[in-house]
Design a binder for this molecule. Structure first.
Ligand SMILES: Cc1ncc(C[n+]2csc(CCOP(=O)(O)OP(=O)(O)O)c2C)c(N)n1
Ligand SMILES: [Mg+2]
Length: 560
């Protein structure tokens, strides 16, 4: 029997192995026991057992972001899939390849609202690139190959495949084999369009490039950087895509997104030519589609993006290049055109960024000065450290004062989902055991997925966790103080003893209430390996890296 047939679950696992899957993330369910069993037989794929499906999906999403191949997640029916949905949404908004497999009710139970039943195609439809169900086990190779193809091609994103429990136990002919490795289709640059682009740059007086989105890799980064440097083109990064260029590049102009350098904002507004590469130019990067503006007759926009539907979707676009980021970057680096007189703007913009991103201590600094703490990390940690965060104002200090060198070195959700940082850091520590990985989290952010420290401990990863505790959902408090000054409602937090919590997960832990204590704790943490945890206590008065304070916002409200 075994020689002539295989179970559907075995075939599925073989298909994943054929696609180069080394690791998958899961919280198990009885709906896909057959898959767990098939994994038991096949040692080539590591099964990472997590503690909540939000953590599972974030780990898979981060893994996909790091490798460019889909991160793989397995969860169970309604409860597992709904927990995991936050990671599908992030993978969608962040354009990261991921495949979520969902154990589904058995086929005979369907459409009766069976136990934990959900119509997954309908549920995930709007937040996945493709959501489908495999009913016929003989077609597993086709579905898996298509899932990989959809996840990595064009604008990458998440795919969801539902697996009926009974289908996984079906026997199929052993002659049915996995399809071979799926690769991204070639998306080369059109030479005529390239020529037109170079002519426009040659005519520009104040150009700027905005780079981001997915599809970057170490080589693409190098290529684009050498092109930009050769003509002095200032390069800004889109929201949370700061590792798309080296911070040491003499044309790096800084990051857009929340709390950008006002001088960079002005530069983008005043530019007569914008080259967007890979970036969708979303709401966060453009401050609500205001720079570049959606209609900007005085500003030429060239949009380079792998998905033709993104080009011209929101913005008036002079020239669209539908191609892959790395193919564009390479073509730009190798393009022979000597008509462009190099701009001084790149060096100017870089100076402005350095000034803004360099901490200058205040006369009266707070007891624990976040900007000083992040600056001290630059001395203490390797330059290519991977910094992971979820959502909250705390992240702004790293976005401003950390230098994201190396690739990848920033795992942060452009979708702004809290709880992403710790799971992403676990995935990064597993993927790059030789590199330093730091999860930074707010007190609110940490408690959304901090349970994945148990996963970190179980797999023995090296990971430093920094929790910035201001006793508040500080970001919301900041907006609240702006809109409703002095009326604090729904934003205060009573917290556990975070250092004790970290220790309970097996971490070496410390608490820092002053800048000096932070520096000492960091030094101590660096002498150790495994799980390390620093609980940083800050006053909520220090609201954001922009310098916003509660008293400042209240005073401003009084004055107007
Ligand atoms: C999953 C999720 N829920 C709610 C929000 C809305 N939100 C954005 S930032 C924030 C507060 C974050 O608090 P904390 O992690 O303590 O960081 P802080 O702003 O205090 O530095 C909230 C509630 C979100 N972005 N994601
Ligand atoms: Mg907080």
């Amino acid at each position: 029997m075994r020689n002539s047939t295989q179970t559907a679950a075995e075939l599925l696992v073989d298909c994943l192995a054929e696609q180069g899957t080394e690791r998958l993330f899961t919280v198990p369910g009885e709906s896909f026991l057959a898959v767990l069993d098939a994994l038991h037989e096949r040692s080539g794929i590591e099964t990472v057992v997590c503690r909540q499906e939000g953590g599972v999906a974030f780990m898979a999403c981060a893994d996909g972001a790091m490798t460019g191949r889909p991160g793989i997640a397995f969860v169970t029916r309604g409860p597992g899939a709904t927990n995991a949905s936050i990671g599908v949404h992030v993978a969608y908004q962040d354009s990261q390849p991921m495949i979520l497999f969902v154990g589904d009710v058995a086929r005979p139970m369907r459409d009766r609202e069976g136990f934990q039943e959900i119509n997954f195609e309908a549920f995930f439809g709007p937040i996945a690139k493709w959501a489908a169900r495999i009913d016929d086990p003989a077609r597993i190779p086709e579905y898996v190959a298509r899932a990989y193809s959809v996840a990595i091609s064009g604008r990458p994103g998440p795919v969801v495949l539902a697996l009926p429990e009974d289908m996984l136990c079906d026997h199929v002919d052993a002659a049915i084999k996995p399809r071979p490795l799926v690769t991204r289709p070639a998306q080369a640059v059109c030479p005529d369009a390239m020529q037109a682009l170079f002519a426009m740059i040659a005519d520009a007086a104040s150009p700027i490039a905005i780079i981001g989105g997915a599809g970057w890799n170490a080589k693409a980064r190098e290529h684009f950087q050498s092109f930009a440097e050769s003509i002095g083109l200032p390069v800004a990064t889109a929201f949370r895509r700061q590792d798309a260029i080296s911070p040491d590049s003499p044309v790096y102009a800084g990051n857009l997104g929340y709390g950008p350098n006002p001088k960079l904002v002005e530069r983008v507004k005043q530019a007569d030519f914008v080259l967007a590469v890979g970036a969708r130019l979303g709401e966060a990067t453009t401050d609500g589609y205001s720079f570049p503006a959606t209609d900007h007759p005085e500003q030429l926009l060239v949009h380079v993006h792998p998905d033709p539907e993104e080009i011209g979707r929101v913005y008036l676009t002079e020239l669209g290049l539908c191609c892959a980021v790395d193919e564009f970057a390479e073509a730009a680096a190798l393009w022979e055109d000597h008509s462009i007189i190099p701009f001084d703007a790149g060096a100017e913009a870089h100076r402005e960024w350095l000034e803004w991103a360099t901490h200058s201590p205040a006369d009266n600094p707070p007891a624990l000065d976040m900007a000083a703490c992040v600056t001290s990390m630059r001395e203490a940690l390797p330059a290519d450290t991977i910094i992971c965060n979820g959502a909250g104002n705390f992240a702004g200090w790293w976005h401003r004062y950390w230098r994201y060198a190396g690739y990848p070195s920033q795992l942060a959700p452009t979708a702004g989902a809290m709880g992403y940082g710790v799971p992403a850091a676990v995935a990064a520590a597993l993927r790059f055991p030789e590199r330093t990985v730091v999860a930074v989290a707010g007190d609110g952010d940490f408690l959304m997925n901090g349970q994945e420290l148990a996963t970190a401990a179980q797999y023995g990863v090296n990971l430093l966790v920094i929790v910035v505790d201001n006793g508040a959902y500080g970001t919301i408090r900041m907006h609240q103080e702006r809109e409703y000054p002095g009326r604090v409602s729904g934003t205060q937090l009573a917290n556990p003893d975070f250092a004790a919590l970290g220790a309970a997960f097996g971490a070496w832990s410390a608490t820092a209430s002053t800048t000096a204590e932070f520096i000492a704790a960091l030094d101590d943490a660096q002498q150790r390996s495994g799980l390390r945890f620093i609980h940083v206590k800050i006053d909520v008065e220090q609201l954001a890296a922009s310098g916003a304070t509660i008293s400042g916002l209240r005073a401003k409200a009084k004055a107007t």
